[in-house]
Design a binder for this molecule. Structure first.
Ligand code: GLN
Length: 425
């Protein structure tokens, strides 16, 4: 049956009223689409405003398409609009958006997670009616898994380099990965195959060599022991006992959580601070009249529209790569990352998949956030950061309200994640 685009957009607007999840709706709609997508607002879309959640880009209308949006258009996707996010992807709860703060789809008093907050919240409600919608989201250190868990949808982050980053507004180039969120694994597979074609314009891109296959395999699963909120622990171990009926499960330790978290935040902030240099009022950013102003004054004034967390990351990121400090921080973080990758490679000799809960906490209520310091917030990423730092494909699968289980596979083993999701759903 052909889809009624007007009805779809009407419903999308209702979902946005409840969840505050769409920054810009698309007005150039196609007829007879094959499926529906939303796109995170840090992926550029030709003639459709792209803010990356930042006041710096509040009026930015890209003159070109990202690789991903180009492929989606070719495949006849209906692009509903651009989803809300933390400014440039800096955050875990969506509250660092300087344009629009999304609310949790299951409880509006709670955060939607982050940084792909809009993608998570929108998918959870919209897909109740249209499960052929897939949200295109981005993860640097957990931004797909985290909102997927908090809104009880599926989120898949592919191997680093699988999807072209051409037209992605960079957070940290060595970590950024475009992926998919949804509720119907068949549509998620189809959309990932469409956007994971090889692209010579991104030199780190490899693309999929062949379509993703559902495979029937007696997976061996290493369950990593972690410290999480009591409710999450209960839901997680119930889920593990269900898995145990079908698969070989072993409980294991992962000794590098703290090293991974510290290394991630140093590398991510170092790269972010260089990427943000371009918002200096010449190429991109806020328009300040330079007349009669010294360069320093003009540059400083033009950067005042960055919000608080972004300023913090510029300061920390610049410090950790400065001569005299980089040996102490940045170079050590690179060693930390290498250790984390080696540890995973060791574990993947024995296991097909590794498993943890996705988040250590339930989505906080907005008012609870006031008492949290940045360092406490960074710690919430303890379970999502390690696979991201290692560039490994991973999936948050919903196991209860607000709660996800995170499966991690070896590089380019996306098919394991899709297969397990297919069996579970
Ligand atoms: N919360 C993490 C950060 O702030 C991850 C965000 C992301 O993946 N974009 O860096």
């Amino acid at each position: 049956m052909p889809m009624d685009v007007e009805q779809i957009m009407e419903y999308a607007k209702k979902v946005d009223e409840k969840t505050n999840s769409i920054i810009t709706f698309n007005n150039e709609l196609i007829e007879n689409p094959s499926f529906i997508v939303t796109i995170k607002d840090n992926i550029v879309t030709k003639n459709l405003r792209t803010t990356a959640g930042s006041k710096m880009l509040e009026d930015y209308i890209p003159p070109y398409d990202s690789f991903v949006s180009e492929q989606l258009k070719k495949a006849n996707a209906l692009i509903i609009g651009k989803t809300a996010m933390d400014e440039f992807g800096f955050g875990s709860f969506g509250v660092n958006s300087c344009i629009k703060v999304a609310r949790n789809a299951l409880d509006p008093n709670r955060v939607a997670g982050g940084s792909s907050s809009g993608a998570g919240a929108f998918t959870a409600l919209f897909n109740k009616k249209y499960d052929n919608h897939v949200a295109i989201a981005v993860s640097t250190g957990g931004s797909i898994s985290n909102p997927a868990a908090f809104n009880s949808v599926i989120g898949i982050t592919p191997t680093y380099g699988l999807v072209s980053r051409y037209g992605l507004i960079d957070y940290a180039n060595s970590l950024d990965k475009i992926g998919v969120m949804g509720t119907n694994i068949d549509y998620m597979k189809k959309v990932l195959e469409i956007i994971a074609k090889p692209d010579p314009r991104d030199q780190t891109n490899v693309g999929l060599k062949e379509p993703i296959k559902y495979i029937d395999k007696k997976f061996t699963i290493g369950v990593i022991r972690v410290d999480v909120d009591e409710k999450i622990e209960k839901a997680f171990y119930n889920f593990v006992s269900e898995l145990e009926k079908e698969y070989k499960i072993e409980e294991i330790e992962f000794p590098l959580f703290d090293i991974a978290l510290a290394s991630y935040y140093i590398i991510a902030m170092a790269e972010a601070s260089t990427n943000l240099a371009r918002y200096g009022n010449i190429l991109f950013g806020y328009s300040v009249n330079p007349k009669g102003k010294h360069y320093d004054e003009f540059y400083m004034e033009s950067r005042e529209l960055f919000c608080e967390e972004t300023k913090r990351r510029i300061l920390v990121g610049t410090l950790v790569r400065t001569k005299g400090f980089k040996g102490k921080y940045y170079e050590k973080a690179l060693i930390g990352r290498k250790k984390v990758i080696e540890e995973y490679k060791r574990l993947f000799k024995k296991f097909d998949l590794l498993l943890t809960p996705t988040m250590p906490i339930l989505p906080p209520k907005f008012k609870e956030l006031e008492s949290l310091k940045p360092i406490n917030i960074y710690r919430m990423d303890i379970l999502t950061v390690p696979p991201n730092l290692a560039g490994l494909p991973h999936m948050s699968y919903p196991i209860d309200k607000f709660i996800g289980a995170q499966f991690i596979a070896n590089h380019f083993n996306e098919s394991y994640l899709f297969s397990i999701a297919k069996i579970l759903s």
